[in-house]
Design a protein around this ligand. Structure first.
Ligand SMILES: Cc1cc2nc3c(=O)[nH]c(=O)nc-3n(C[C@H](O)[C@H](O)[C@H](O)COP(=O)(O)OP(=O)(O)OC[C@H]3O[C@@H](n4cnc5c(N)ncnc54)[C@H](O)[C@@H]3O)c2cc1C
Length: 377
């Protein structure tokens, strides 16, 4: 009773932690170093596990208003041929990041969370306090370090951290949907398409009624593919069937606000130190192939609050939380990395690999996180 948390980071992990703790009668202050709670302007994959989490928070109906349901999943080659039969999806969405962050922030504010923007936390003290830029020290029964992949709070705790790149990079964008796409989807259902050619991938799906989400992926060393604005010739040589889409991506993307992100995995020796819990990408960033980085951050945030509800002693609760969630998180990291092997595979083997991936045994492994019932749901 009467416990207080200081949360550093107003991303997916920090906001769900703030909401879930406030729902359990914690007083919560959330610090976001940027001047506003704003996510990048791209959509994010929401699968059944995260849909369950949003339902548990009473937010799913509102969340889905900010995006599109995805009915089918297709794998194509560069010439537009289907590599495996299309897969029907349930409870699968692409939702604007802005919308999710805004919805979570509104819920947090209604629950009395004190959201402080323009407030950078510079130290997370395992004794139970945060120190802000400028030196102000704020004591707490719990500190949540949810400050993202380049977490300075994690690094300050001195926990051993293994950070491994997969040698691949991706750039995300949203562009206007064209009327043909909108009409086609209305009749045939919406599609998420992953097209593979050589060591490049183009993935796209509707983002909102009138915008399309796309991500281009290639090896970090593929300088021709990584040119920005896009070298459309380099991409259409690999994906001749996608020429019109590639031209639209080149011409309609806001390149000033797009960056190539490296795909990395982070493993920490421990997810906590004293009264500090390290959460989300700060603790367990993963490659984005399974689309579960934010989902895992949010599942682990809800679970954190559940464990703190079970144990009054913070350190016991944090140990129980890590023991419960770490195996599933590491499994997600592993299978996401394995999905990334598709990129390096010779084109002749890709159909066989993707077909095998959709066989029940492997599909269960690749889909285990999406199928999970998160702790607290
Ligand atoms: C190319 C790509 C595609 C992806 N696609 C998906 C997808 O489809 N689905 C999915 O689930 N995941 C996806 N992810 C992963 C997802 O973006 C991350 O896993 C998710 O954003 C992690 O959430 P987080 O809250 O841990 O960190 P973040 O979202 O990074 O939030 C951290 C917050 O902390 C703030 N902050 C940083 N330092 C401080 C400080 N010192 N004090 C106060 N605030 C601070 C930051 O400004 C930021 O707001 C993708 C990632 C990439 C790179």
């Amino acid at each position: 009773m009467g416990r207080h948390a200081e949360v550093a980071g107003g991303g997916f992990g920090g906001l769900v932690a703030a909401v879930a703790l406030a729902e359990r009668d914690w007083s919560v202050r959330l610090h976001e170093r940027r001047p506003a709670l704003r996510a990048e302007g791209f959509g994010i994959a929401i699968m059944p596990n995260v849909a369950r989490l949003f339902r548990a928070l009473g937010l799913q109906a509102r969340i889905v208003l900010g995006g599109m349901r995805v009915d089918h999943w297709e794998h194509q080659d560069g010439k537009g041929r289907l590599l495996v039969p299309r897969v029907a999806l349930t409870d699968s969405f692409r939702i604007s990041r802005h919308h999710i962050i805004a919805t979570l922030a509104a819920r947090a504010a209604r629950l009395g969370v004190d959201i402080v923007t323009g407030s950078a936390v510079v130290v997370a003290d395992p004794e139970g306090a945060v120190v802000l830029e400028g030196g102000r020290r704020l004591p707490a029964d719990l500190v949540v370090a949810a400050d993202g992949i380049n977490s300075m709070l994690r690094d300050g705790l001195g926990l051993a951290c293994r950070r491994v790149g997969q040698g691949a990079v991706g750039v995300r964008m949203t562009i206007p949907r064209d009327t043909g796409e909108i009409a086609r989807d209305a009749v045939q259902g919406t599609r998420l398409v992953e097209a593979w050619s050589g060591r490049r991938r183009v993935l796209w799906c509707p983002n909102t009624e009138d915008s399309l989400y796309a991500i281009l992926t290639c090896p970090a060393s593929d300088q021709a593919a990584r040119a920005t604005p896009l070298d459309a010739g380099a991409w259409t040589r690999a994906f001749p069937a996608l020429e019109p889409l590639i031209i639209r991506i080149r011409d309609d993307t806001d390149w000033a606000n797009c960056r190539w992100a490296e795909f990395e995995t982070i493993a920490l020796s421990r997810w906590s130190s004293g009264k500090v819990a390290v959460l989300g990408d700060a603790a367990h960033a993963m490659t984005p192939y399974l689309g579960q980085g934010a989902g895992t951050a949010m599942m682990n945030a809800l679970s954190l609050a559940v464990h703190l509800d079970r144990h009054i002693d913070c350190e016991t609760a944090l140990a129980g939380w890590e023991a419960t969630e770490r195996p599933a998180t590491e499994q997600t990291q592993r299978w996401s990395r394995r999905y990334g092997w598709t990129l390096a595979m010779p084109d002749a083997l890709k159909p066989l690999w993707l077909r095998t991936k959709h066989q029940p045994l492997l599909a269960r492994r690749f889909g285990a996180t999406a199928a999970r019932v998160p702790t607290g749901c």
